[in-house]
Design a protein around this ligand. Structure first.
Ligand code: OSB
Ligand code: MG
Length: 368
């Protein structure tokens, strides 16, 4: 493959509802889209970082510069054997995996389209439908949270994830569990606690949670191992797993029993496949996390979720939960059984709504 054009676009998309986590509230997304071209054929990817450096160190403005000044020059016009070799072209850059992963994912989409294959088959996926859960943010009141959970359970979603933080945790989970004794329920802390909170977090063992996600520091594995030894509830690692090597280390240290794989967080499909394989070899189930993606990132997540070890329902849900209108057509829809039917069109399987993307675009730059 020889990429002859890379176009960066920053789009602005208001969320249907604000989304609040322990690190902040998002009301509208700014999303960096990456389009790659070879001989007139194109592929699209999405940089999944936030608007500010709060989930991890990346954010949209930095992503733009990293891609423009450091990644694109290493990829444009280079003779690259295949999409599987794109990540290595920027492996000398430290961090910035979401930025690099946005471009990497675009090249997989391009390659799949050139082969006239669905992306999910091209990466070795096998599922034809994927199981969906939802992630529900911190609300102003417990009543509002209960109302939202009721709605998503009615819609068919297979598990509910609620965000927690100090002051919005044990008592809220207790009320959710009392109202919904049988649902598959989990909590995501986004690194809001420390080991000093062990006794507090231990109270969550009472509620039969499927897992508690990333309770401790975003870059920690060691303390998670100490915490897991004290908890009955499985820990699921999100932020701190950025490479397959991290996954191996975390598994070896027993820092968690489940891994959330996010395509961007690990730098694209090549590394996501490796993380998936490491987890599978150790009998650790994985699921696909979300970053409030537009349809493009969502479609990539669906493809990723077709791999064999994506055993648990992911945070990949319907377009309409996020957007009045998505930038792909048709929008991602979830059945009343809480599943997404995988599409068989080439590449990521959806059409781009080009006019709408243009309308949403704040800036655009083409690199040749
Ligand atoms: O930790 O999984 C997370 C959203 C933004 C940043 C981090 C996370 C999330 C979510 C939302 O939980 C998942 C989604 O619905 O896309
Ligand atoms: Mg998380």
């Amino acid at each position: 493959m020889k990429i002859d054009r890379i176009t960066l676009r920053e789009i602005r998309m208001p969320l249907v509802h604000p989304f609040e986590t322990s690190f902040g509230r998002t009301t509208e997304r700014h999303i960096l889209l990456v389009e790659v071209e070879e001989n007139g054929a194109t592929g699209w990817g999405e940089v999944t970082c936030g608007e500010g450096p709060f989930y991890n160190e990346e954010w949209v403005d930095a992503a733009w510069l990293i891609l423009r000044d450091f990644v694109a020059p290493r990829v444009l016009h280079a003779d690259i054997a295949s999409a599987a070799h794109v990540a290595a072209r920027s492996a000398h850059i430290r961090g910035h995996r979401m930025s690099r992963g946005g471009l990497e994912a675009a090249t997989w989409d391009l390659e799949a389209r050139q082969l006239r294959m669905p992306l999910w088959k091209h990466i070795g996926g096998s599922r034809t439908q994927i199981d969906c859960g939802v992630s529900i943010g911190i609300q102003d009141t417990v009543e509002e949270l209960l109302r939202l959970i009721e709605r998503e359970v009615q819609a068919g979603y297979q598990r509910i994830k609620m965000k927690i933080k100090p002051g919005w945790d044990v008592d809220v989970v207790r009320r959710v569990r009392a109202a919904f004794p049988d649902i598959r329920l989990m909590a995501d802390a986004n690194s809001a606690y420390t080991l000093a909170d062990t006794a507090h977090l231990k109270q969550l063992d009472e509620f039969n949670l499927m897992m508690i996600e990333q309770p401790l520091s975003h870059d920690d594995i060691i303390d998670h191992a100490a915490l897991q030894a004290q908890l009955d509830t499985p820990i699921c690692l999100d932020e701190c797993i950025r490479t397959a090597r991290h996954a191996e280390q975390a598994i070896e240290m027993k820092a968690g029993r489940i891994i959330n794989i996010k395509l961007g967080r690990v730098g694209g499909f090549s590394e996501a496949l490796l993380v998936h394989n490491v987890a599978r070899a150790h009998g650790i189930p994985v699921w696909c996390g979300g970053m409030l993606e537009s349809g493009i990132g969502r479609a990539h997540n669906i493809a990723l979720s077709t791999l064999a070890n994506f055993i648990l329902p992911g945070d990949v849900s319907a377009s309409k939960r996020y957007w009045k209108q998505d930038i792909i057509r048709p929008p991602v829809e979830v059945s009343s059984q809480g599943t997404i039917e995988v599409r068989n069109e080439p590449g990521f399987g959806y059409e781009l709504h080009h006019e709408y993307i243009s309308e949403l675009t704040l800036r655009e730059e083409t690199l040749r």
